[in-house]
Design a protein around this ligand. Sequence first.
Ligand SMILES: Cc1cc2nc3c(=O)[nH]c(=O)nc-3n(C[C@H](O)[C@H](O)[C@H](O)COP(=O)(O)OP(=O)(O)OC[C@H]3O[C@@H](n4cnc5c(N)ncnc54)[C@H](O)[C@@H]3O)c2cc1C
Length: 466
Amino acid sequence: MAAPTLHRDIEGFRGEVLRPGDAGYDDARRIFNGMVDRSPAVIARCTGTDDVVAAVRHAVAAGMPLAVHGGGHGVVGHAVCEGGLMLDLRPMNRVEVRVSDRTVSCGGGTNWGQFDAATQEHGLAVTGGRVPSTGVAGLTLGSGSGWLERKLGFTCDSLLAAEVVTAAGEVVTAGTDGDEELLWGLRGGGGNFGVVTRLDFRAHPVEPLLHAGLLLYPHEAAAEVIGHFRDFMAGAPDEVGGAATLITAPAAPFVPEAARGRPAVGMVVLYVGDPDEGARVLRPLVEFGPPAVAMVQPMPYSALQRLLEAGNPPGLRNWWTADFLTGLPDELVDVLAEHTARVPSPTTQVAIIAGGGAPARVPDEATALGTRTAPWNVHFLSIWADADDDERNIAWTRALSAAAKPWATGGAYLNFIGDEGHDRVRAAFGPEKYARLVALKDRYDPDNVFCLNQNVPPSRSVATGR
Ligand SMILES: Cc1cc2nc3c(=O)[nH]c(=O)nc-3n(C[C@H](O)[C@H](O)[C@H](O)COP(=O)(O)OP(=O)(O)OC[C@H]3O[C@@H](n4cnc5c(N)ncnc54)[C@H](O)[C@@H]3O)c2cc1C
């Protein structure tokens, strides 16, 4: 096998370049979703903004497809292209915390594990992804939902500025010291406008210990548990966050033997604030039962952020869809319970995330994100191991999502859907925001160089069909 070589053809590029056959090439092209198996002609591992500029200019001049790999968690697999050039941003993962003004900057390839470790050292946090290996950039550009959101807003609500390399290979700043409209577009408009090489956030004080954790019940109690969670959340303060989940109980030591491997209903709950007050406020949830597993206790925020890590290993096959919901009536809960009782894969998860709180109070026009006020956000995360089971799992997920559609708002949370077509992307933003995003796209990427994403095509390429 050939050793990695410096790519002399990419003028000015200083990072490592991998081609098929190079050591490390296969590891670098592999992403979270094991269904995605694409082989870029070149993987350019960028060490800084100059490398990104060099690689973007090279790809555009050569007419190569261009994929941007942040954390590699996008379920569609846009991070990696067949042929073409994959920009691997993972070496750009420096996190710089400025305690004096509570701001934090990170490179475009940072993941949440790296970000949380740096901010928590100073008792600070930004609403972050629920699995540490998810990329900060990809998640933020899709708006960013996390355990802290009802208290601190979506991730993009804390984004103050960003450095972006455009399709023309120019470096621009989004934010008050640069283009404010571009910052608006980056807050939920996805990777449409260029490569984000640096993100600057407002960070927030978050206690080193939070009262938080997991409750798990037999699936037979699904309707009662979800109904109780719904009713509790209706009056909960912003400090309370969480989700109801329909999963299969893992074969873990903390799960009673009789429950292991059986469908289950759970709640992840947290209180962002004083842990004693958290214990008091969360008591009606914790005392609902009896649960098969009750692990709600004071824990470091960074431990909460790792709670779902073991249940979400990389390399399995993933097919996802999601909807914002108008409500969570008993009838819908029954639909969810009935379908999940016959879930085809033990790794599949349905998560019902509680809305409301801080995100719902940010003025709608402040960000490109299309939906802020939905009371619930449901994720259908179908996950299995064998390619032979693709059809069965996808059919089950489609059927469940279709059965829940009568309660969907029609909007979509783009971070959690697959490739569901242009109309779905347009509907996610609504007509006014979509038109504003197209105008921004026309300015920054009129040839749709950055088309491997939840794409907002420029007006010119709608005409040419690129
Ligand atoms: C296990 C798991 C857990 C998740 N948990 C959450 C969660 O809690 N909350 C949530 O909101 N989402 C969550 N997601 C969804 C996730 O936010 C999106 O899939 C997001 O796009 C992933 O970003 P990434 O950088 O890891 O992925 P990538 O696949 O690398 O990137 C996805 C797309 O984002 C764009 N992009 C990424 N980085 C850059 C950059 N630096 N500049 C420009 N464009 C860029 C590109 O268009 C790219 O195609 C989760 C996904 C997984 C697999």
